[in-house]
Design a protein. Structure first.
Length: 184
């Protein structure tokens, strides 16, 4: 099937003409003049050429705004960097202080345990009747703690030497210390 050459050449010719007109418009001031003429010829109002000085001033103002914002962000970044460094330093100091405190507490716990073990041994080596007199004067919870650490046979002899009321209070305290501990 043969294609008609007339209309196709007319369409291509129109496209070529548009490209040529575009090239002329891009050519500069001559293009503006030609575009104004073409606009008057067709009857459309001509677009005024942009005011280059005003456009340049607007661009410079925007550039100054962007520079100020960039400086503000750089200052903020620097401030945050200093704050992060101080925080890291404080966290390191806190970690060191916590380690020292844990070490001190461990030493104190060890010393307290050593003292309690020693006192338990002292009371175990006393005559049960003499130890019973001292235990009756102690705080019930403290006496219960020491008696619970003693050998059962020695603790029984000390309890026997105590008044029934004091022996009962110490016994109840020892028996109820672990009553609330979960079994599972």
């Amino acid at each position: 099937m043969a294609r008609p050459s007339g209309p196709a050449l007319g369409g291509i010719g129109l496209i070529v003409l548009c490209f040529a007109a575009s090239a002329v418009l891009r050519a500069g001031d001559a293009g503006w003049a030609w575009a104004e003429e073409a606009a008057h010829t067709v009857g459309a109002p001509a677009a005024p050429p942009p005011d280059k000085d005003a456009l340049l001033a607007t661009i410079r103002d925007r550039e100054a705004q962007l520079d100020a914002e960039e400086k503000r962000l750089a200052d903020r970044r620097q401030t945050l960097g200093v704050a992060e460094a101080k925080l890291a330093e404080q966290l390191a100091a806190f970690g060191k202080a916590q380690a020292n405190l844990e070490k001190t507490l461990a030493l104190a716990d060890g010393a307290a345990e050593k003292d309690l073990s020693r006192m338990t041994t002292v009371y175990e080596n006393m005559k049960p009747a003499d130890a019973a007199k001292i235990f009756e004067k102690m705080d019930v919870k403290f006496a219960a703690g020491l008696l619970a650490r003693m050998r059962p046979d020695t603790a029984a002899q000390v309890l026997t030497g105590m008044s029934p009321e004091a022996a009962y209070a110490v016994t109840v305290t020892i028996a109820s210390r672990n009553a609330r501990v979960p079994t599972q």
